[in-house]
Ligand binder design. Structure first.
Ligand SMILES: Cc1cc2nc3c(=O)[nH]c(=O)nc-3n(C[C@H](O)[C@H](O)[C@H](O)COP(=O)(O)OP(=O)(O)OC[C@H]3O[C@@H](n4cnc5c(N)ncnc54)[C@H](O)[C@@H]3O)c2cc1C
Length: 395
């Protein structure tokens, strides 16, 4: 039997940060992960450059059934703390846009930094270690694994959510929560592309790879960034963001001309350039390919005529369609491509200070396995760092 003060299951962002913090306090720590490498999601994140935090991290960047839960941890380990760690390791980084910080070189810089910190804090990290059983005993927990039996006082579950099963995601954390009688919220894929009906896909055929700046809204939330046509449906940052607020059956509204009143603009152009055709005007904002296709699909009747021949009613119809395009996705691409999992372990079951389960002494849950989900833009990693750090101080 291998004895440690703390065993952490999951060597992802949250687990590694928790291990470092606990190790620095002098606790003996082992981190066990079934994957062949640690931090696989860090490595694949941000297009291989890891969007590791966001300058503008606020509790309002998170969704949860309890919007207050994340506040304490986020205030005790902020984006500035993580930036200081990155700078201490001399890792070059830059702000891409909207406060999103990325490595200049590779996401591997972040994994190496975390592994260096683990080594300095004396944290043992085991990969290819499968866990078969977890039992509570009087003085802690016994964990049966492919690397033998472990005993620990504090057990931390940092196994993340269900997104990207091919990268090692499992429902392990939810199973442990159930085993110990903790409440869970249903989980679903978030920060995920939408799929569309075969008819819409046919209409958009050939547009795959085309993007447009758009304001996308659903259920009182709006995001302004690009949308991207794909061969399965729609993606792009504003679509991924709104997917976290979308429920099956909901329509989303897309405004393809977010900076103007399109009707007023068309009226003005009608005066100034009466011979112009609608697709030419739209192509001044959208790509020509997209403008032409949307005109074919939506405005076949008007497209043949110069603007001068279009009635006010026609211009209203055109403006309404382009500024309030009502689209009903058939679904999402699911966990196969989702960046995160919504729902999970009910935060009411866990202390927001220590992350210890209120009902089970010594059992901790951190990171994405909890019902806390960030917006796109580095917020999910910031949650992993902050919750890992907070628990690391108490385990
Ligand atoms: C493609 C992609 C890109 C992303 N890009 C960004 C980004 O740029 N910025 C951002 O903020 N967020 C990003 N995210 C989200 C971010 O990766 C996660 O929110 C974050 O990794 C969650 O951290 P975690 O430690 O809770 O879980 P994870 O990082 O998922 O770590 C969980 C660990 O547990 C291990 N594990 C799982 N099950 C078991 C088991 N049964 N036994 C043993 N070990 C197990 C896994 O192998 C893994 O190492 C991205 C996600 C994806 C999928």
């Amino acid at each position: 039997m291998q004895k440690k003060d703390v065993v952490i299951i999951g060597a992802g962002a949250a687990g590694l940060m928790c291990g470092i913090t606990a190790g620095q306090r002098g606790r003996s720590v082992a981190i066990l992960d079934h994957a062949n490498k640690v931090g696989k999601k860090i490595l694949m994140s941000g297009g291989g450059r890891c969007n590791f935090t966001n300058y503008y991290t606020e509790p309002t960047n998170y969704l949860s059934h309890n919007l207050h839960f994340c506040k304490s941890a986020l205030s005790r380990y902020t984006q500035w703390d993580f930036i200081a760690l990155v700078e201490k390791h001399g890792i070059p980084y830059h702000e891409k846009k909207l406060g999103q910080l990325f490595c200049d070189n590779k996401a591997k810089d972040i994994v190496n930094m975390l592994l260096d910190e683990c080594a300095q804090a004396g944290v043992e990290v085991r990969t290819e270690c499968s866990i078969s059983q977890v039992d509570k005993v009087d003085d802690g927990f016994i964990i049966q694994s492919s690397h033998g039996k472990w005993h620990c006082q504090s057990l931390v579950i940092a196994t993340g959510g269900l997104s990207i099963p091919t990268m090692g995601a499992t429902g392990f954390g939810y199973d442990i929560a159930k085993q110990f009688g903790l409440k869970l919220f249903p989980t679903y894929a978030a920060l995920v592309p939408f799929t569309l009906t075969p008819k819409l896909l046919e209409q958009f055929e050939g547009l795959s790879g085309t993007s447009a700046d758009a304001l996308v809204s659903c259920n009182d939330q709006s995001f302004r960034e690009n949308i991207l046509f794909t061969h399965r449906g729609l993606s792009g940052p504003s679509i991924l963001q709104i997917s976290s607020y979308w429920q099956p059956g909901d329509a989303i509204s897309i405004n393809l001309f977010p900076d103007m009143d399109l009707y007023d603009h068309l009226k003005q152009v009608q005066q100034e350039r009466p011979k112009a055709h609608i697709n030419t005007i739209l192509a001044e904002q959208l790509t020509k390919k997209l403008a032409d296709r949307l005109c074919e699909i939506w405005f076949a009747d008007y497209g043949q005529k110069p603007l001068a021949e279009l009635s006010n009613e026609a211009l209203h119809t055109i403006a309404e369609q382009l500024q309030n395009w009502q689209l009903k996705p058939t679904g999402t691409e699911g966990y196969r491509t989702a960046e995160v999992t919504m729902g999970g372990v009910d935060t009411d079951e866990v202390s927001s200070k220590t992350f210890e389960a209120k009902k089970v002494q010594g059992l901790y849950f951190i990171g994405e396995v909890l019902d806390v989900t960030g917006h796109l833009g580095g917020f999910n990693f910031q949650w992993a760092w902050a919750s890992g750090y907070a628990a690391g101080q108490y385990v």
